[in-house]
Design a protein around this ligand. Sequence first.
Ligand code: MG
Length: 253
Amino acid sequence: MRVAVLEKNGDRGWFALEGDRARRFDGDPFAGARLGSIEIAWSSADLRAPVRPSKIVCVGRNYAAHAKELGNEVPAEPLLFLKPPSSIIGPGEAVVVPKESERVEHEAELGVVIGRRVRRVAREQAMSVVYGYTCACDVTARDIQKREVQFTRAKSFDTFCPVGPWIETDLDPSDLAVRCTVDGAVRQDGRTKQMIFDIPTLIAFASSVMTLEPGDILLTGTPSGVGPLVAGNRAVIAIEGIGELGVGVVGSS
Ligand code: MG
């Protein structure tokens, strides 16, 4: 099932997409809401970011070729960091290149959306807490990341976390193509099977540190091929079995 947040005439809600039809949930799908009787043509509405997380948990250097391209060793344990919820944008919105950075880069990533509250889940049970999957971009101010020990500032500017276009709930995430194109040119073209730490391992590891809440999103690392985003670019994150997330890029005002 494809679960999306749609907005029409200022009214925003959760919908299940079926062809061009969208059926509205009677509440928050993470809280057990059911599909109601309201149907609209979803092409008449605007897609919004399909997650409202309490936190965005990210994993660095989870693909060997990407670790290598940045001159880093492959870590012995998952390397976790956070992005703030304020960094999220949805389909059709634009990444704003901040005036503080001269090198902003795309990192196409599979996003795992958590479906229930969990702490210290075992790896063997970890997939049972997944609600679904979405496309994400871990936008990074690479120049700032390289000169600071902490990732926080480089990863956290407003608009630095595009997600969408929807959540796909029925998907085997273990071997999906993850691509990023910029103005039609392929920059990243990897597969999720190249992850160093797989999704159950990442969920178990993250939940050993912090309680994961419904709607939280886990960004699973990026394949090689990261590169610059500049004002005027259009980036598309495409993940097999999910769809395409397109975002623009603008300069800061
Ligand atoms: Mg990343």
